[in-house]
Design a binder for this molecule. Structure first.
Ligand SMILES: [Zn+2]
Length: 55
């Protein structure tokens, strides 16, 4: 169970097991390396969600 998550804001690898900052959006959980990244994501989640939608 050493699966890594990617911080969608800065692209850093985050370990979900120890990640302190996470947010759920659209049924998916996102992990962040820092509170600032989480805040950025929550400000504009769609900016960081690249999958699932097309124009
Ligand atoms: Zn980050």
């Amino acid at each position: 169970m050493a699966e890594k998550a990617i911080d969608p804001v800065c692209g850093m690898e985050v370990d979900p097991a120890t990640a302190k900052y996470k947010a759920e959006h659209g049924g998916k959980v996102y992990y962040f390396c820092a509170e600032g990244c989480k805040r950025e994501f929550e400000k504009d989640p769609h900016k960081y969600m690249k999958e699932g939608h097309s124009h």
